[in-house]
Design a protein around this ligand. Structure first.
Ligand code: GLU
Length: 285
């Protein structure tokens, strides 16, 4: 934990669209927390999803943040340049028997859930019903050898057994909160179509970048339970957390990428100044 040292915070957008005022709020939140305390503010592009991320959005993010008046310390970390590091983390979990390959399609999972009496839900949706957890080692190997596409899932029960004691985290202004990672079930840590999942990459990178205060929207607060489990399994240091409120529009709806009028690009083209944009993002100077 950070103790009283100046915090290292970060903003970690995914380049799947242009930044909107909600992102500006988040970036300014992390930037202010660092700068007010003489700490460091890092920027990371979470671009591991090849189907949704685009280089032109990544360039636009840097440009829009600079226009907004933000600066960041050190080079921008671009996740797609670090795939072998996520692969090594996955390999370490696999070697300890904490991951298993999952060959299910979405349809397989939906069929299994439809036929079951109870279908528990977690923060990321319905829990995986464990179809591939029940495969024998020989069956797994045969399917991998046959080239059947597969994801890698965390064996949640095994992972919880591997971590001694209860997990918790320090939330800014709230103190220590208890974690219940089992709510995620056997979470996917490497997808069929992407080499690693958000949950794995974000915890890996917060560790290697020595982030001591994770600043992000409160929509991601439930994910912290799983992140603390991954940190404990991997021996990564525990950061503190500060989850901020989400900006909403006049109708009280959460701002999303589809609200084009709220992108920083549009505001800038319409003659909005950076100071006005900061105020619209909830941080008047
Ligand atoms: N890349 C994530 C997003 O754009 C944020 C990750 C995080 O801050 O933990 O939603």
């Amino acid at each position: 934990m950070a103790g009283s040292a100046p915090p290292v915070t970060r903003f970690a957008p995914s380049p799947t669209g242009f930044l909107h005022l909600g992102h500006a709020h988040s970036a300014l939140f992390g930037w202010r927390r660092a700068r007010q305390a003489g700490g460091r503010f890092l920027l990371r592009l979470e671009d591991i999803d090849p189907g949704r991320c685009r280089p032109d959005f990544a360039d636009a993010i840097l440009e829009d943040l600079a226009w907004l008046g933000l600066d960041w310390d050190g080079p921008v970390r671009v996740q797609s340049a670090h795939l072998s590091e996520y692969g090594a983390a996955l390999q370490s979990l696999r070697a300890r028997g904490l991951l298993y390959p999952c060959f299910c399609t979405r349809a397989d999972i939906a069929r299994e859930i439809a036929g079951s009496v109870a279908a528990p839900h977690g923060p990321d949706g319905p829990l995986y019903p464990g179809i591939c957890r029940r495969l024998s080692a020989a069956e797994r190997e045969a399917r991998i050898a046959a080239g059947i596409p597969h994801a890698w899932r965390l064996d949640m029960a095994a992972a919880l057994r591997a971590v001694p004691g209860a997990l918790s985290f320090h939330e800014d202004g709230q103190g220590r909160l208890c974690c219940d990672p089992a709510r995620f079930g056997d979470a996917v840590l490497a997808r069929k179509d992407a080499p690693a999942s958000y949950h794995l990459c974000v915890t890996h990178d917060d560790a290697v970048q020595s982030v001591t205060l994770v600043t992000r929207g409160e929509d991601l607060k439930p994910a912290t339970d799983l992140h603390r489990l991954l940190q404990a399994l991997m021996g990564w240091p525990e950061p503190a957390y500060a989850h901020h409120r989400l900006l909403t529009d006049a109708a009280g709806r959460r701002l999303a990428k589809r609200d084009r009028a709220a992108t920083l690009r549009e505001l800038r083209a319409a003659g909005t100044s950076p100071a006005e944009a900061r105020a619209l993002a909830g941080w008047p100077d």
